[in-house]
Design a protein around this ligand. Structure first.
Ligand code: ADP
Length: 398
């Protein structure tokens, strides 16, 4: 069966078409600037050819129609007809407290996703548009929702309740939800397979380090704690997001700089993180280059990131009473030899010892710990689309 995986943003639509007979990628692409000037589709076929179409696309339905037309265009040699698409998997950011696993979408599920839109106002509305667009263009195909929050629904209250008046949880559902769940689960399961150990007996810390970064503690195959919270702003400093800081700073800076709450939210989401500290870039490659040229603030941004990841690894190890495996994934985790080395420096005291030679690897599934390291350290490339396609296949076959 071929499965289409869709990830809709406010003005973008990313997709992958996978053949689940061998889990191979048939085609992928991106529609950009939906509803804006200069909208375009870039389609990539499995032989690496790129086809760009620039046409006005007023909404997500138009973007999806163009995507599907391009998949069946005879010269692209991707699909003979749209009937070959067996099901569609959707990345849905927020499932609220309703979903702890993926689910076939019906109107009840749509209502729950709409209800959770209050909690993820930037993400769930475009995700909903993606589902609606498929429903109108491919009315006979089943849709599956795969939630970013679902994997973390196993956390216990002590992990997800904030030390705020309890009625904020009851009235407004203010709690830790956690994100990147599809990725944390995928790399954890891949690691367990790779190590040949049952998931239930592997205590793991998964470090998803990219533009957005989060770390999760996994015990008995379940997420027991994670750094992102009510929103993806909490936890580690990221490309442009602040991560944790003293909450008193929020109102202090609003007063000093005469900012509205919207402006302050923008500062914390778009102008903070390693970009804010370095004043230079949100991209770790740029920062590393600049730091090597002697730029102190770029070096500072990187060291505070390393320190934060290290502190979380330490605290999650304490929480689980030990750790068997530390997993690196995401653009930085998969590719940055230097960042992994800095994060792991000093973890030898609890038996996590990196092998510098094995660590000299990028973008591949690999064990990078020393032979005498008690804790396995792995690089596991994430593949959220494949994880979504697997869940979709399982649910439509059920
Ligand atoms: P997103 O969260 O948007 O999916 P990615 O997971 O693609 O982001 O991660 C992007 C980050 O990964 C960028 O900061 C980029 O600099 C970093 N990155 C990608 N390749 C490398 C590399 N070879 N070395 C260091 N950092 C890298």
């Amino acid at each position: 069966m071929k499965i289409l995986v869709i990830n809709c943003g406010s003005s973008s639509l990313k997709f992958q078409l996978l053949d689940m007979n061998d889990e191979s990628l048939v085609a992928s692409g991106l529609v950009e600037r939906i509803g804006l000037d200069g909208s375009r589709l870039v389609l990539k076929t499995s032989d690496g050819q790129k086809h760009t179409t620039e046409v006005p696309l007023p909404d997500h339905t138009a973007a999806l129609k163009l995507t599907l037309d391009s998949l069946v265009k005879p010269e692209h040699r991707i699909l003979g007809s749209l009937d070959e698409i067996g099901a569609v998997g959707h990345r849905i950011v927020h499932g609220g407290e309703s979903y702890s696993s993926s689910v076939v979408i019906d109107e009840e599920v749509m209502a729950a996703i709409e209800e959770a839109a209050d909690l993820a106002p930037l993400h769930n509305p475009p995700n909903i548009l993606g589902v609606r667009a498929i429903q109108s263009v491919l009315p006979n195909v089943k849709n599956v929702a795969v939630f970013d929050t679902a994997f973390h629904q196993t956390m216990e209250p002590a992990a997800y309740i904030y030390a705020l008046p309890y009625e904020y949880y009851e009235k407004y559902r203010v709690r830790r939800y956690g994100f990147h769940g599809t990725s944390h689960k995928f790399v954890f399961e891949t690691a367990a397979d790779f190590l040949g150990v049952p998931k239930e007996s592997l205590r793991a810390i998964t470090c998803h380090l990219g533009n957005g970064s989060s770390v999760t503690a996994i015990e008995n195959g379940k997420s027991v704690d994670t750094t992102m919270g009510f929103t993806p702003l909490e936890g580690l400093p990221m490309g442009t997001r602040s991560g944790n800081f003293d909450p008193a700073i929020y109102s202090y800076i609003m007063q000093k700089e005469n900012l509205t709450s919207e402006e302050m939210d923008k500062v914390l989401n778009k102008e903070s993180g390693v970009l804010g500290v370095s004043g230079y870039s949100s991209d770790f490659r740029d920062l590393s280059e600049k730091a090597n040229e002697g730029d102190k603030r770029s070096a500072l941004a990187l060291s505070l990131f390393h320190r934060s990841v290290k502190k979380v690894i330490g605290s999650f190890t304490a929480l689980m009473g030990g750790v068997d495996c530390i997993i690196f994934t995401g653009g930085i985790g998969e590719n940055s030899i230097e960042d992994r080395a800095e994060i792991c420096k000093g973890l030898e005291f609890f038996g996590a010892k990196l092998d510098p030679e094995k660590n000299a690897t990028r973008g591949k599934l690999a064990e990078i710990s020393a032979d005498d390291s008690k804790v396995k350290i792995l690089v596991v490339p994430t593949n959220e689309e494949l994880a979504i396609a697997r869940d979709t296949l399982r649910l439509v076959n059920a």
